[in-house]
Unconditional design. Structure first.
Length: 107
């Protein structure tokens, strides 16, 4: 198959508007969608980890208790483990689990 006739876009909504049936989606596009989706999830996860660093590094953060620190550590572990437990994504119809819910005390 000649793939030079396809424009690869990382936004699945755009592809859904152009291609009406999953059977019409070339494998090269499915792979590009998978890679873009995984990279976006990885970027989002990394940002959440960075956003919570201050709670563990700064000892005098307001309203931080030992219980909240433990809750935060568990949340950060869930974030680190998240990428390991994603299902194999084969196309745009696959369900991707949500990122872990952050503790309520985190802004």
């Amino acid at each position: 198959m000649n793939t030079s006739n396809y424009i690869v876009c990382s936004d699945p909504d755009v592809i859904c508007n152009v291609i009406k049936h999953v059977d019409e989606i070339p494998d090269v596009v499915k792979v590009a969608i998978k890679q873009a989706t995984l990279q976006k999830l990885r970027d989002d996860r990394n940002k959440l980890l960075i956003d919570t660093d201050k709670y563990l590094v700064i000892p005098d953060m307001p309203n931080i208790t030992a219980e909240r620190i433990e809750e935060l550590k568990a949340y950060r572990q869930q974030l680190r483990d998240y990428m390991n437990y994603l299902p194999d994504i084969n196309g745009i119809d696959d369900v991707i689990p949500s990122l872990p819910v952050k503790p309520s005390f985190i802004k």
